[in-house]
Design a protein around this ligand. Structure first.
Ligand code: CIR
Length: 271
């Protein structure tokens, strides 16, 4: 369902197919339950279609059928307008996902790669303007924070560590709605960590709702969280909802399934 459309021309959304091995995914904070692969694939297709409708150019990274969590491509990189930082994912089982993503991102950005002993998942990195909030979680360590900071500092970004406990990633608990506002589950992360940004709380009955994808002036919200979606509409945000409950059984949320980057070449051509 869509309330309105403001397209994000000049945004590339990199996605990756749902692997046939998805059932073997990493799980940290939720219990394993059967995953309907066909349903997960259909929800992923709906997600890609929503991104395309919002004006993104959807580009698929090469399939990685042997990597159960490959669909959660967000964790493999942090991309700004200036650089692509290839992460070293915190789960060893996921480190084989990065090389093909690095090769693809080199199409648009210079690439910097984090090295051992750094660990960092893209799901822990929230970029709002030049502020970069980095969740210190079971996946992301201080060396990861420091190496990311070193890669981004030349471009004017300032990184700030945010303690994360009880949930997988920082962006499980908070994501940006615009350059001044974050959507937060205050039970999982202290909203003052984002000061001076304004923090909007999710509906208390929808703890997972803080993970939304901002595309231009639109916000993509999982269909499982209608009260938070309404809360955002009431505040003037244009909300699109997509089903994602099957992917959620693999502990993935909406941001996990794409890497969004400005097509800086398209911007410079005035497209
Ligand atoms: C994992 O545990 O790594 C995957 N099953 C889920 C990753 C979700 N990614 C994300 O939130 N950025």
């Amino acid at each position: 369902m869509r309330d309105g459309v403001a397209t994000a021309s000049g945004t590339i959304a990199i996605t990756r197919a749902v692997s046939p091995t998805l059932a073997d995914c990493e799980l940290t904070h939720i219990a394993r339950e059967p995953i309907d692969l066909a349903r997960a694939v259909a929800q992923h297709a709906a997600y890609e279609a929503a991104l395309a409708t919002l004006g993104c150019r959807v580009v698929r990274a090469p399939d990685a059928p042997g990597c159960p969590d490959a669909v959660f491509i967000e964790d493999t990189a942090v991309v700004t307008d200036e650089v692509a930082v290839i992460t070293r994912p915190g789960a060893a089982s996921r480190r084989g996902e990065s090389a093909a993503v690095a090769a693809l991102l080199a199409t648009w950005r210079p690439v910097v790669t984090l090295t051992d002993p750094a660990t960092l998942d893209g799901g822990d990195v929230l970029v709002v303007g030049r502020a970069v909030f980095v969740g210190l979680s079971s996946r992301t360590n201080r060396e990861g924070l420091q190496q990311l900071g070193a890669a981004l500092a030349p471009h004017g970004y300032v990184v700030r560590g945010v303690p994360v406990a009880g949930v997988l990633h920082l962006k499980t608990a908070a994501t940006a709605l615009d350059d001044h506002t974050v959507l937060v589950n205050p039970a999982w992360v202290d909203p003052t960590a984002f000061a001076p940004l304004t923090a909007i709380p999710v509906d208390p009955g929808e703890p997972g709702a803080a993970n939304v994808v901002r595309v231009g002036t639109q916000v993509l919200v999982a269909a499982a969280f209608p009260r938070t979606a309404q809360r955002l509409r009431d505040r003037g945000y244009a909300v699109t909802t997509v089903p994602a409950d099957e992917l959620a059984k693999a502990e993935g949320a909406l941001t996990c399934c794409s890497l969004l980057l400005r097509d800086t070449e398209a911007v410079s051509r005035g497209l």
